[in-house]
Design a protein around this ligand. Structure first.
Ligand SMILES: Cc1cc2nc3c(=O)[nH]c(=O)nc-3n(C[C@H](O)[C@H](O)[C@H](O)COP(=O)(O)OP(=O)(O)OC[C@H]3O[C@@H](n4cnc5c(N)ncnc54)[C@H](O)[C@@H]3O)c2cc1C
Length: 156
């Protein structure tokens, strides 16, 4: 496990593989890891931060995946203005058109790294988009971007 197998060269992925390997040894988990390819989270810790998990548009095109794309200006959210009055940022979701599940998310803006785990849960859990409407984000928070992305897709 870890860098040596060349699957995903990050500390977090090595730790993930270690958990899977440990569970396999203990015979308590499926004998394969599943989040090495489809849901590797990444953050560029710059100002603003860039956080991404799953597919980007370019990767979807390269691998022939049919996706719907939704974009939203995070700075329009009340939660963002509360976070920083001059907040500027952007969010993008990729939805698999056939399966109707989120397959990619990218966020740019101050503090967006904290949005990444919710995106990772949505992708690894293969949560149907219709169910995401029922995941109510607290107001006013930047998490409301999830709702706005659903609305942007619906209204496009
Ligand atoms: C500059 C830089 C920045 C990074 N930033 C991040 C980040 O922000 N977030 C993130 O998730 N990942 C980051 N990474 C990647 C992360 O460091 C690696 O993915 C992670 O350390 C891999 O852990 P590992 O245990 O698999 O391998 P390693 O950490 O390389 O550990 C392998 C160990 O095995 C030892 N070893 C090698 N050969 C032998 C031998 N024959 N006998 C005994 N011991 C041996 C080595 O000395 C080493 O201690 C970064 C990497 C670099 C280089």
């Amino acid at each position: 496990m870890g860098d040596v197998n060349r699957r995903a060269l990050f500390t977090r992925q090595g730790k993930y593989q270690a958990r899977v390997a440990g569970a396999v040894i203990a015979s308590r988990a499926p004998h394969s890891s599943t989040a090495d390819v489809e849901a590797v989270p990444g953050v560029v810790f710059t100002d603003p931060e860039v956080a991404s998990v799953g597919l980007t548009v370019r990767e979807a095109e390269r691998t022939g995946r049919d996706v719907e794309v939704a974009d939203y200006e995070i700075g329009h959210l009340a939660g963002a203005v509360q976070y920083r009055p001059d907040y500027r940022g952007r969010a993008r979701n990729l939805i698999d058109r056939d399966r109707q599940v989120v397959v990619g998310a990218t966020f740019v803006g101050p503090g967006v790294a904290e949005l990444l785990y919710s995106a990772t849960v949505a992708i690894t859990g293969e949560v149907p988009v219709e169910r995401l409407w029922h995941a109510v984000p607290a107001f006013p928070t930047i998490s409301e971007v999830w709702l706005r992305l659903l609305e942007a897709r619906r209204d496009s």
